[in-house]
Design a protein around this ligand. Structure first.
Ligand SMILES: [Zn+2]
Ligand SMILES: [Zn+2]
Length: 271
């Protein structure tokens, strides 16, 4: 393990560069993202729909000034900023799409819009093996969404990757994000609670309806999810088909509540 002195010396000889733009990290850095790339990410504001979490883009990072009492700061008991556990009779504010077709998950939250520097960062994370990006990207998800996450989360789990794809890539990007997020939330990760039981085609070239059909029955939950409140973590929410199917499996397994947290979200007319 190099000492602080030798790390500083290494930094002078080989300055750390941003994983996205290759510039030096500079002020406001979130290693390995430079301050400029971090600042350029278009965040999403507070959720306008209790189910899908649809929100308006904003350039403002989450304002911490009013949220000092937080669960990861060691605060015990109910959080003042989180939603309380909702009973079945409690009213929910739903967007038009969720009124017609309510998702299988109970709530979804995403930190930022899938575009620009964030899309490039997620690409570098997934396809160029820049695993260190799990830290700033996981922090982005949590910092932007924590105020609207309900209390009482029992565990975080990643969307399981197909075994062959994980072997090719060497890691599951969602699992690295889930570990980072769970650590900061102070909850465990439970990778065995959700398994992928059959391979699916890549979703990218499919329509929304085809995506739903493609992932139908692809996941199975462990009986251990019974009665639990589970937070499913992924990198991007596109149509939500995969996350809905994960939630269906978890609810079929008896999960009491299933939430979704993603770093990015694709904004388009018909989600
Ligand atoms: Zn950069
Ligand atoms: Zn909605």
């Amino acid at each position: 393990m190099p000492s602080g002195f030798s790390l500083a010396a290494l930094d002078l000889v080989f300055p750390a560069l941003c994983s996205v733009c290759q510039a030096s990290l500079g002020p406001g850095r979130r290693d390995p993202l430079c301050g400029r790339c971090w600042g350029a990410i278009t965040r999403l504001g507070p959720p306008g729909c209790d189910a899908c979490g649809l929100a308006s883009p904003t350039r403002a990072p989450f304002d911490w000034s009013g949220a000092t009492e937080h669960r990861w700061a060691g605060a015990a008991g109910p959080s003042e900023v989180g939603l309380s556990e909702r009973g079945p009779a409690a009213p929910a504010h739903l967007c038009g799409a969720c009124t017609i077709d309510r998702p299988e998950y109970d709530y979804a939250r995403s930190a930022a819009v899938y575009e620009g520097a964030l899309r490039e960062a997620l690409h570098a994370f997934k396809f160029s093996g820049k695993r260190a990006l799990a830290r700033p990207l996981g922090d982005l998800a949590l910092e932007q969404c924590v105020a609207s996450l309900p209390d009482g989360i029992d565990a975080a789990i990643a969307v399981p990757l197909a075994r062959e794809r994980e072997r090719e890539r060497g890691f599951n990007q969602a699992a690295l994000l889930a570990q980072r997020i769970a650590g900061r939330l102070g909850v465990p990760t439970r990778p065995r609670w959700l398994a992928r039981v059959r391979a699916t085609r890549p979703q990218s070239d499919l329509t929304a309806a085809e995506r739903r059909a493609n992932v139908r029955g692809a996941f199975q939950a462990s009986p251990q999810v019974a009665g639990r409140h589970v937070l499913v973590v992924d990198d991007v929410l596109t149509t939500g088909a995969t996350l809905r199917e994960c939630a269906r499996a978890l609810h079929d397994g008896g999960a009491r509540r299933v939430g979704v947290l993603t770093v990015a979200r694709v904004l388009h007319a018909a989600v």
